[in-house]
Design a protein around this ligand. Sequence first.
Ligand SMILES: [Cu+2]
Length: 459
Amino acid sequence: MVTRRNFLLGASAAGVALSAATVSSVAMAALPQIVSMETPDTQPPLTPENGRPYNPVVTLNGWTLPWRMNNGVKEFHLVAEPVVREMAPGMKAHLWGYNGQSPGPTIEVVEGDRVRIFVTNRLPEFTSIHWHGQRLPNGMDGVKGLTQPGINPGKTFVYEFEAKRPGTFMYHPHADEMTQMAMGMMGFWVTHPKDPKFMAVDRDFVFLLNAFDIDPGSYTPKITTMLDFNLWAFNSRVTPGISPMVAGQGDRVRIRVGNLTMTNHPMHLHGHEFVVVGTDGGWTPPNSRWPEVTADIAVGQMRAFEFIANEPGDWAFHCHKSHHTMNAMGHDVPTMIGVDQSKLVDRITSLIPDYMSMGESGMADMEKMEMPLPDNTLPMMSGQGQFGATGMGGMFTTVKIREGLARNDYIDPGDYKHPAGTVAYEINGKLPPVQRQTQTQSEDEVEFKVRKPMGHSGH
Ligand SMILES: [Cu+2]
């Protein structure tokens, strides 16, 4: 079992740094310790060692912030600061976040907890934190100018309120949002119900949807981009950098997702039906739930999906917008399907010897594109499965369901071993003749027009 103490001990080996506040005034010495995470790996659930009991969540490629109990108040310390986030092996982004990572740590409290959050600003400009979805005094809502002045660089503000409503929440700046959210400033918040048996599940995964526009070869997101992002992420990670969600066969699994991108994402689960048990406003009434395999999450919304992990296997879980399961390289390639490029290639290679044609039979060429990439970017379609390239990037991961997993076992079990005779296979045989249906219109009267709009704005 993972307790807070052995989590911290284990995690310090894995990269948690406990650092004293750099500001050495007497006032700062009274502030809670700053806990910082150095690795983008998924951390084990943080089982509470004080306060009321709850069933902790697992943050995909993230972690939960430890707190200090001070006269019955849970005290947290968030530090807004520039961070380096590995988005997938081979690509690092220079982002803004909290306590060493973007997104910041997940905050977990219990319904009715008194919560005090110290927010220190180490950014070059003012900030604030809005506690998205919470019931709280108006002056704690974090809207710069409207409910508080900005937190200037080097300053610390304190927010304090009672976590009144159980459910799924987010936090993010409400000061220069376009810059600060495009730079990765956001975090997850879960208020657990007073009764740990209420809505209890075996596995409870949480993550945010976010998006960045980072040119291949560069490190910093373009903050003026409004829709045309090129990296579609779960918790500032893209495939192949996103951890699988591991579950035991028969487990009740919850996946909570918050959307802080600038467009909607239809999230799709393979092999199982889920119900939406929670929204940003709380738990859904049981008689309002219906089974589905895809649920759209609009900008600013949270959804909690639940399903029984009945079917063992490696099941895809991804955004169903196919350009959201791609990475940065090759986003701007024109459609070349059906275009015979051979004559063109001959003429271009006489001018540019290294020229290579692409896309003549679809974009699958991109999967095996092994030409050198610029520094610090990811191929558009990567991801490897046991049968070869998956051609996936961006908002894609798997739910790995295995028989007989221990309750707290979140370690990637590797590729699913399919029982004999259960994998689609190639068959060799003579194709039967085509049976043509009678048509009222002759074929040469039918005019086909295939037109694709240029550009790809309006994601
Ligand atoms: Cu999407």
